[in-house]
Structures are given as C-alpha cells and as structure tokens.
Design a protein around this ligand. Structure first.
Ligand SMILES: Nc1nc2c(ncn2[C@@H]2O[C@H](COP(=O)(O)OP(=O)(O)OP(=O)(O)O)[C@@H](O)[C@H]2O)c(=O)[nH]1
Ligand SMILES: [Mg+2]
Length: 210
C-alpha cells in the first residue's frame, strides 16, 4: 500500500509478514530489528503480534513497515491465510539448528504463494532467513542447497541471520524493502491487467493447491 505524495515526498505503508515454524526466532528477529533488543527467554506468540518500523529510506521517501509476527503454530491450525491478505512482502524464517524447520519454511512459502498475488501478477517478494547462524557455521554444501532452493521456490533472496548477535538483520530488511519498493514503481499496463484477470480466473478454476 502506498501513501500520498506531497511536494515530492512519498510515504509508503507496507504490511510485511514474518512467518515460519514454532521457535525459529521470528519474534526475536522483529525485536532486534525494531528495538535492537534480544531475549534468551520469550513467550511463544499466540495468534499474531504487530510492530511498526519507520524507515527514512532516502531524502524523499519514508517507509512504514507494519510487521505481522504470526505464531508458528498457526500453520498447523490452518489460520495463517487469514493474516496473509494485503501483504506487500514476507520473511520466512527457519532455524539452522533444526533442519525440519526448513521444510516448514517451504510449506509456509507454498501457502503464501497460493494466497497472495500482487496487482502486477507476480507473487509477493519473500526473503528466506536462516536464523540462529551464531549457533553453527553453515557448510558450503548447505549454502549451495539454499541457493538452489531459493531459485526453485521463488524466494527473492536469503540471508544467514542471528537475532541474538545482530547479524544481517538490517541487511535482510533493507533488501526486502528494496524489492517491495521496486514493485510499487512498476505501473501495471491496462492490457497486462486484463491478461492477469484472465490468468487469475483460470488459475482459480485449475488450482490444485488451495
Ligand atoms: N542462539 C540464538 N537463539 C535465538 C535466535 N533467535 C531467537 N533465538 C531464541 O530462540 C527461541 C525462540 O525465539 P522466538 O523469537 O520466540 O521464536 P518464534 O519463532 O517467535 O516462536 P513462536 O512465537 O513460538 O512461533 C528463544 O529462546 C530465543 O531467545 C538467534 O539468532 N540465535
Ligand atoms: Mg514468536
């Protein structure tokens, strides 16, 4: 969602999802990013929590990021789709010390792709976060695997992050915001819009995923 332009100054409000399995560090990532704080013990998120981060992107652009911290258990409960609507981008987080959470991350991404499409017909930009990288060093094989996965599954990028040690938190956020801003700059041409409507109608009738 984009706000008004006043004397060459633009404000944007973007809804950004932070999703992933239970205990991977979603809330910690947000707390580090928004408040530069980290807690060894955190209560599990119930439902959804919200945080706001205001970024003075450049001299004439301000971005308000509304971060939606969705409980890891919500996917199992099938409630996550309710929260996806209207999002401009997402972080999908997994825990590098718990391999099964990478499968979980791919499932979250799949559900998001089934649900959210931008006006220009593209899926929303999603960044994969390999969190808790302070706990273990990622080997080359895993790095190549993640790069391949990103390409295959349509993530716009991935980062090794540590909410604990404040590694790559800002970089990942900047990267996602840049992708989101690029989408706002791409006007949708009229003929493209009608093609997209047709495609969306077709995909609704052919859809097997959701
Ligand atoms: N070592 C390390 N621990 C982390 C990191 N990020 C989070 N943790 C710890 O992992 C645990 C879970 O973190 P949360 O941020 O609550 O995880 P969550 O994904 O929000 O979990 P739910 O709300 O249950 O879905 C907490 O004990 C954190 O202190 C990190 O980067 N490194
Ligand atoms: Mg949480």
């Amino acid at each position: 969602m984009s706000g008004g332009t006043e004397l060459g100054f633009t404000e944007h409000l973007f809804k950004v999802l932070v999703i992933g399995d239970h205990k991977v560090g979603k809330t910690s990532f947000i707390k580090r990013y928004v408040k530069n704080q980290f807690y060894e013990e955190l209560k599990t998120t119930i439902g959804v929590d919200f945080s706001m981060k205001v970024i003075d992107w450049d001299g004439h652009t301000r971005v308000r990021l509304q971060l939606w911290d969705i409980a890891g258990q919500e996917r199992a409960r099938g409630l996550n789709r309710v929260y996806f609507k209207g999002s401009s981008g997402a972080f999908v987080v997994y825990d590098v010390t718990n391999e099964s959470t990478l499968d979980g991350a791919l499932n979250w991404k799949h559900e998001l792709d089934c649900q959210e499409i931008l006006k220009n017909g593209h899926p929303i930009p999603v960044v994969l976060l390999a969190n808790k990288c302070d706990e273990t060093k990622m080997c080359r094989r895993n790095v190549s695997l993640l790069e391949k996965l990103c390409q295959e599954k349509g993530f716009v990028g991935w980062f090794q992050t540590s909410a604990k040690k404040n590694i790559n938190v800002d970089n990942a956020a900047k990267f996602l915001v840049k992708q989101i801003l690029q989408n706002t700059e791409e006007p949708v041409k009229e003929e493209e819009q009608s093609i997209q409507i047709n495609l969306q109608q077709q995909s609704k009738t052919n859809s097997t995923c959701c």
